[in-house]
Design a protein around this ligand. Structure first.
Ligand code: NDP
Length: 450
């Protein structure tokens, strides 16, 4: 058994046997860094894998808050401060009923390498709660956010661990979390990013993940002499990442024809009505089903009518597919449907949205594949730009931030390409991204001693 197999076996035999999402993420990284480990014996002598795959610190806390009927509610809160070899921990906060320690551990683990890939000096963390902001009043969301922050504010800081948004945590939640931190500490420290502009947020942060996804995809296509112009694209999700991916696709002359939420899928053959989507999902926070009332061309397929467990989105013929909702949303059946309809590229907006057997199928069928760690890194990159603006009290225009985002996404692609060439990986950008991120973290750890 080699060093990598041994490390995986040891991790699986540990005390977190139910961490299925984490092991999925771990296996993908460990399998792909094999050539790196072979060329660098110091990683084995320094036992770097065992040291990278265990979080530095996992914080669990109870959150008690009063609902609108004055009943006391209890939720679970978590923060996984996984690795800070490259800089302060940095990672989003997710509020969703599915949140558990396994999901946050996988997200924090992915975040380490994603952050490293950007070339910026930040470590990786993730946090959240099983609280569901849906169907809650603004006041309930505020009270919950205040209680969440009160429970663990002493564990974060602008040089320690910086929070951000994720599923269920948008400008409203970020504002309440930041407000409570300021009250508790009497500081204005930038402990959270994706802030509303009036609280010191950055222009273009809201758009950054979705825009960055399309910039990265374009770079990948450009190398093959292809472009998104005039191409039919499918997008899953209808949150921050999906909406801004759709917006940028239009900007590049593509035709995004789908979006989805947890209840169903919209297929609009003429292209998704972006203004309507924003109204429903940002302003009104309602189900996509309501799209039908204002569209003559759209088709709505509810989740219970999907052909497979995955999503109806993958059944629609397209040139490019962008999974932008959640983890494991694109399975083997979805991949088969996309391939049989001639998909040419799949690029991940969400974190780990594609199941490993689906990734294998894309690779086997020569479908270009942009992995999340690289393709959706634009969000965290602009978060760091936001932190820089806060500390220098100098603010950039939308155009300036967008230009820097384009530069960062282009550099990410170039850096991964160098690794792919160096290790003869061809178009295996999954391995290229994992090697790039892992090497940066491992080297920083070794330099700092045990
Ligand atoms: P949002 O909360 O804004 O949107 C999430 C979208 O996904 C919604 O349309 C939601 O549907 C749908 N969704 C959530 N859970 C499920 C599920 N179990 N099944 C089907 N659909 C689901 O989140 P974001 O757009 O911010 O995040 C989307 C993904 O992108 C996540 O994986 C996140 O980790 C990742 N990401 C986000 C970044 C950011 O900057 N926001 C940065 C990098 C990655 P509904 O409306 O019904 O809830």
């Amino acid at each position: 058994m080699d060093y990598i197999e041994l490390a995986m076996k040891k991790a699986k035999a540990g005390n977190c046997k139910s961490d299925t999402n984490f092991f999925q993420a771990l296996e993908e990284v460990l399998v792909s860094i094999k050539p790196l480990i072979e060329r660098h014996p110091e990683y084995t002598t320094q036992n770097i894998i065992d040291r990278v795959i265990v979080p530095n610190r996992s914080i669990y806390f109870k959150i008690e808050w009063l609902d609108d009927s004055n009943n006391i509610q209890v939720n679970h809160g978590y923060r996984i401060q996984f690795n800070n070899a490259l800089g302060p921990y940095k990672g989003g906060v997710r509020f969703h009923p599915s949140v558990n320690p396994d999901i946050l551990k996988f997200l924090a683990f992915e975040q380490i390498f994603k952050n490293a890939i950007t070339g910026l000096h930040i470590g990786g963390s993730k946090g959240g709660s099983d609280f569901d902001p849906k169907c809650k009043s603004d006041e309930e969301v505020m009270k919950f956010c205040q209680a969440f922050m009160t429970s663990f504010y002493h564990s974060i800081g602008e040089d320690i661990d910086i929070l951000g948004g994720d599923i269920g945590v948008g400008a409203r939640e970020v504002g309440y979390l930041f407000g409570q931190y300021k009250k508790l500490t009497n500081t204005n420290d930038s402990i959270i990013t994706s802030k509303p502009l009036s609280l010191g947020g950055s222009l273009a942060r809201n758009e950054a993940t979705g825009y960055g996804l399309i910039y990265f995809t374009q770079k990948l296509l450009q190398d093959k002499g292809e472009t998104l112009k005039g191409k039919v694209c499918v997008v899953s999700g209808s949150g921050n990442v999906a909406i801004h991916a759709i917006e940028k696709l239009y900007d590049k002359g593509a035709i995004p024809v789908t979006c989805s939420d947890s209840k169903g899928t919209i297929y609009d053959r003429n292209g998704i009505d972006l203004a309507l989507l924003k109204k429903l999902k940002i302003k009104q926070r309602v189900s996509l089903k309501n799209y039908m009332a204002e569209s003559k061309t759209a088709i709505y397929v509810k989740k219970s009518d999907y052909k497979n467990n995955s999503s109806h989105v993958w059944e629609i013929p397209c040139y490019a597919a962008f999974p932008c909702a959640t983890q494991n949303e694109l399975d083997k059946a979805g991949a088969k449907a996309l391939i049989s309809n001639g998909v040419k590229i799949v690029s991940e907006g969400a974190n780990m949205p594609t199941r490993p057997d689906a990734v294998d199928l894309f690779v086997a069928n020569k479908v270009l594949f942009g992995p999340a760690k690289a393709a959706n890194a634009g969000g965290v990159a602009v978060s760091v730009i936001e932190m820089g603006q806060n500390s220098s009290l100098t603010y950039l225009s939308f155009k300036q931030v967008d230009k820097r985002l384009q530069g960062i996404m282009s550099d990410i692609y170039k850096d991964i390409k160098v690794i792919c060439d160096k290790y003869d990986l061809g178009d295996d950008f999954v391995s290229g991204a994992n090697i790039l991120g892992f090497q940066r973290v491992a080297d920083a750890m070794i330099m700092q001693g045990v």
